[in-house]
Design a protein around this ligand. Structure first.
Ligand SMILES: Cc1ncc(COP(=O)(O)O)c(C=O)c1O
Length: 397
């Protein structure tokens, strides 16, 4: 019940135990096509360029930024938690000129504040996180893409923690590039990063396109003769080459991580079988129950609760209680993992997730009942049954 990774849905585990097939086996290429179509629905987009990047969510982030950014490009990164800092760092490593704006952790940006910064900085790219897991905040994105486009900037969003548990509307919100991971509300393991690119973003990447010499019929030909200054500065994360591999050209690049493909495909199948909206409603319900439950235990919730992601809550560790000892006892005595956070919030909050396979009534109630026992053993003044009763009231609505 931490902030992810979470307990994987057994159907995904089972899909991932299937035998491997060859890279160009028709079954494999059909799975690739099917997975692209599934993730278009998950991202709520018609983007043809919707693929998986092999690696954890961070691989998707690196692929997006290194493929979009040339050295010297101006980037704006609005930071409201740890993962905004990560975007800044990756953009810096791409050689971009990075500008940041910040709000205190536990808050989000207004559209006006974002626009003021874009007007001033005039970036090529605005790179931001939707749900920053470190603070649990969910940045509103409606209108942000249209605003960026008015200033000729592209919008990149890391929706790893939020997608499938909170609304994410790639096309309606005019997001140019989105990257995700499986280990949160998609209910899978880490290790595959679904990525989607708008035609505008594809155009930027295509302008930097290259083909490896060993793949050309005549390696000495002038076709795509490089290096050119424009060439994307990573081979593995070159989204142009990754798109060629996922297109009907099937131009060889890496060997697709077959087992992760099976897993990613099953994650999306599960989400869409439930219905994206139903799944989001489920995350909202169990998130609300957990929120009411921790308050019912007398705990204080961190941050601007109105902008909290549905799937994770951060609670302040009560004064005098050893947060790590409580987490250890939850794990050792009750088999339940909860998290703390990073940087300024390390040891100050517990983060409790209700996501993917773990967004269920039984997991919420058992976590609250266990937390009550452990807190009492650590001298905290908790109302008997306060957590489960408050959660049950949410379920009874
Ligand atoms: C919002 C967000 N972005 C990026 C990451 C990095 O993901 P990974 O550890 O899968 O590379 C995480 C991980 O928790 C995350 O929550």
């Amino acid at each position: 019940m931490g902030p992810g990774p979470i307990t994987v849905d057994p159907r995904i585990l089972s899909a991932m135990s299937a035998q491997l097939v060859g890279q160009y086996d028709p079954a494999m290429t059909a799975y690739m096509n099917e997975t692209q179509a599934l993730y278009r629905e998950v991202f709520r987009t018609t983007n043809e360029a919707t693929v998986l990047v092999d690696g954890t969510s961070r691989a998707g982030i690196e692929a997006a930024l290194v493929s979009l950014l040339s050295p010297g490009d101006v980037v704006l990164v609005p930071v409201f938690g740890r993962f905004g800092h990560l975007l800044r760092e990756v953009a810096e490593r791409c050689g971009a000129e990075v500008h940041t704006i910040e709000v205190p952790w536990g808050e989000v940006f207004t559209l006006e504040a974002l626009e003021a910064a874009v007007r001033e900085v005039r970036p090529k790219l605005v790179a931001m996180v939707q749900g920053d897991t470190s603070t649990t905040m969910n940045q509103p994105l409606e209108g942000v893409g249209a605003m960026c486009h008015r200033y000729d900037a592209l919008l990149y969003v890391d929706c790893t923690a939020s997608i499938a548990g909170n609304p994410f509307e790639m096309d309606a919100w005019e997001v140019d590039v989105a990257t995700a991971g499986l280990q949160k509300c998609l209910g899978g393991p880490s290790g595959s990063s679904p990525v989607s690119l708008s035609p505008r973003a594809v155009e930027v990447i295509r302008a930097r396109h290259s083909v490896e010499a060993g793949l050309r019929a005549d390696p000495e030909s002038d076709e795509d003769t490089l290096p050119s200054p424009a060439r994307i500065r990573s081979n593995y994360f070159d989204l142009g080459m990754i798109l060629d591999y996922w297109s009907e050209k099937r131009l060889n690049h890496h060997t697709e991580a077959t087992t992760m493909l099976y897993g990613a495909r099953e994650c999306a199948r599960l989400v869409l079988e439930e219905g994206l909206e139903n799944g989001i409603a489920r995350h909202r319900l169990h998130g609300d129950a957990m929120l009411a439950g921790v308050r019912g235990l007398g705990l204080e919730v961190y941050g601007d609760v109105e902008h909290k992601m549905h799937n994770v809550v951060a609670v302040l560790i009560p004064a005098g209680v050893d947060g790590d000892a409580v987490r250890a006892e939850m794990l050792n005595d009750y088999g339940i993992e909860i998290g703390t956070s990073f940087g300024p919030l390390a040891g100050k909050v517990w983060r409790i997730g209700t996501m993917g396979y773990n967004a269920r009534k039984d997991t919420v109630l058992v976590t609250l009942a266990s937390l009550e026992q452990v807190l009492r053993a650590h001298g905290a003044d908790v109302a008997p049954g306060g957590g489960t009763v408050a959660a049950q009231q949410v379920y009874a609505r």
